[in-house]
Design a protein. Sequence first.
Length: 268
Amino acid sequence: MARLFSLFLLLYTGSWLLPNPARAQTTAWRRAAAEATALRQARQLVLERRYEAAWQLLSVTDPTNAVPAVVLEKTDVALNYYANTENLRRFAFRNLKLLDLSLDSIRQLGTDSVRYAFPVRKVLERLQTRFPDNYKISRALGDYYFTVQQCDCAEQALGEDEVFRRTIAQYQEAHAHGQGDYLSYFALGYAYQRLGQFQESLAPFERTLQLRPTYATAHLNLAFVLLELKQFQKAQEHARRAIELFPDDPHKEDAAFLLSQIEERMRK
């Protein structure tokens, strides 16, 4: 009977009777499983446009911003789905319905609810110091600096050129280690373009179009760069492709104007 009771106690208490290393391993496994579940749930909430709910779930999962995977998901939500922001350090989010206004429209209204503290640059740089071989963090910092330039809502003290240089440095590091997609390559090319480094912008724009051949904005920017480099035939081809691919008249008109400039230069 005593032997049966001991066996029952072992099964009932589970990890409580495990040696310390085994208990620690079990705890780490459970924590990792919980984090993975939270990440899946947060991504589903984003798909449902429940941005504040996604943020709250991620914040509960990693309140101290110590887990790279969760912080990277927080960064994605913060940079892409905020309703309002204070210098990309505090963010307001909304749970939206399918037919609600777009996020851009909501940002213009200037109304929001609670703002959550999340100083993106500080959090990512701290993680980068702790996990120097996690190049997804470099990618996230590149996204951060590109967002800074696009929204003109933070880092004013750095100046635009320095923001572009930091964008380039972070994306180069990320791309060198396989962390990139068509958007990050486009942003890298754009940063070079805006710094006037047209030759350097060619490869990132071309890589963008390898990954996403129908990305009209990349065709347009590449056409501009090729015009600056006096590669008129290629510039003409990309401008025409941009006209074909843009779905709206204003962008088509921009591409058509650039095409007219290219063809005028070709006639000289």
